[in-house]
Design a protein around this ligand. Structure first.
Ligand SMILES: NC(=O)c1ccc[n+]([C@@H]2O[C@H](COP(=O)([O-])OP(=O)(O)OC[C@H]3O[C@@H](n4cnc5c(N)ncnc54)[C@H](OP(=O)(O)O)[C@@H]3O)[C@@H](O)[C@H]2O)c1
Length: 343
């Protein structure tokens, strides 16, 4: 299994960048230029239910639109239901037959995640695909409802709980459908840049919630490394149990979305202007950015436990292949749930 020990300046990442710029297709038949619509073109979503977190804007909203247009029922799990309803309405205006529903789920509150899962299970509906898409990037030091560092809490811990809560339903749905259900986790190439070793990295297991030496990018990279480790560990556990659920993880590309909403607080005005201009050549459109998560939700050819970029299996860091680190992260996450009174 290929993986790299270098950061994004390493040889493998550079090769990937050239492939990205050329829009060259990989073994899946898709590449960086493929759109979500294109990768889902032959998928029949009728009878399928997909839950997508953070789907009121950005990549999640585009994934919701495309999967609903292919006939799936899409549950938009969002923290702001007013924004969620506006997004759902926008999708319905483009696709009058779209079956999209909005439900409240704030990933930075374990109680809210638990409530969402309970409310969803109470509907009696199945769940074929869970897309853990919601994310927050490079925010100033903040704490979640249960007093965990915000990027870790939102990007990893909330999704960890949501997945645990929905696993029995994903399994029973798969048995009825006679095909595996899926958990698709959104990570990032930022997982190449978690905390440095001297700052307690790559994951500050003993100091996740400490404001000391908090670094906005270290914390984002850490949370995105958690996403890869979680998906791999989950897939390993599901395989060992013989559960009919496949877990995969992806980097969607670099896309101008609302993800940079905290830059005003954490980046100088000059950097906010210069950086997007300097890197505009590397950006994907939102339609292209949503392609990899939609590919992982719909393709019959995906491989569980793998990290994908541009709709193809892609190298990820050595830390993301560290089984011991994955186990320790799992244990810490379970402890945090137990400390919050959630078993
Ligand atoms: N864009 C990129 O270049 C890029 C690159 C690599 C990885 N990613 C990953 O792709 C995913 C989607 O990002 P995006 O670019 O589409 O960003 P985005 O436009 O900012 O969308 C993020 C979504 O997450 C939601 N969210 C944030 N905090 C939440 C919370 N506590 N509870 C529930 N929902 C919450 C947001 O809701 P609100 O609107 O209410 O805030 C929004 O719907 C993220 O996981 C991100 O890390 C993006």
């Amino acid at each position: 299994m290929p993986y790299v020990t270098e950061g994004p300046t390493g040889e493998v990442a550079q090769t990937d960048m050239i492939k990205h710029l050329l829009g060259r297709k990989g073994p899946s038949g898709f590449g960086s230029a493929s759109t979500a619509e294109k990768v889902a073109k032959n998928w029949d979503g009728s009878g399928k239910v997909v839950i997508i977190t953070g789907s009121n804007t950005g990549l999640g909203k585009e994934a919701a639109r495309v999967l609903a247009a292919r006939g799936a029922e899409v549950v938009m799990a969002v923290r702001d239901t007013t924004r969620g309803e506006a997004a759902a309405q926008d999708i319905r205006s483009k696709h009058p037959n779209a079956n999209v529903k909005v439900m409240a789920c704030d990933l930075s509150s374990l109680a809210s995640v638990k409530d969402f899962a309970a409310a969803y299970k109470a509907t009696g509906k199945p769940c074929h695909i869970l897309i853990a898409n919601a994310g927050v990037m490079a925010c100033p030091f903040m704490l979640s409802a249960e007093k965990h560092e915000m990027q870790f809490a939102t990007n990893h811990l909330g999704h960890f709980l949501l997945t645990q809560e929905l696993l029995p339903l994903l399994s029973s749905t798969a048995k009825q459908a006679s095909s595996n259900s899926r958990v698709v986790v959104l990570s990032s190439a930022a997982h190449f840049n978690p905390y440095k070793k001297e700052a307690g990295g790559p994951i500050r297991l003993d100091a996740i919630d400490s404001p000391e030496r908090y670094d906005v990018w270290g914390a984002y990279g850490q949370s995105k490394l958690c996403n890869v480790l979680f998906a791999r560990e989950l897939h390993k556990r599901l395989t060992a149990e013989g559960a009919p659920v496949t877990a995969v993880v992806c980097h969607p590309g670099v896309i101008m979305t609302e993800l940079g909403r905290h830059f005003e607080k954490t980046m100088s005005p000059v950097m906010r202007t210069v950086l997007p201009a300097a890197f505009s050549w590397a950006f994907k459109s939102i339609a292209q950015g949503a392609a990899t998560e939609v590919y992982l939700a719909t393709s019959p050819a995906i491989k569980g436990g793998e990290y994908y970029a541009d709709c193809n299996i892609s190298p990820s860091t050595a830390a993301s292949h560290d089984d011991e680190l994955g186990r320790r992260l799992w244990q810490l996450s379970e402890k945090m749930l137990a400390d919050a009174g959630i078993n």
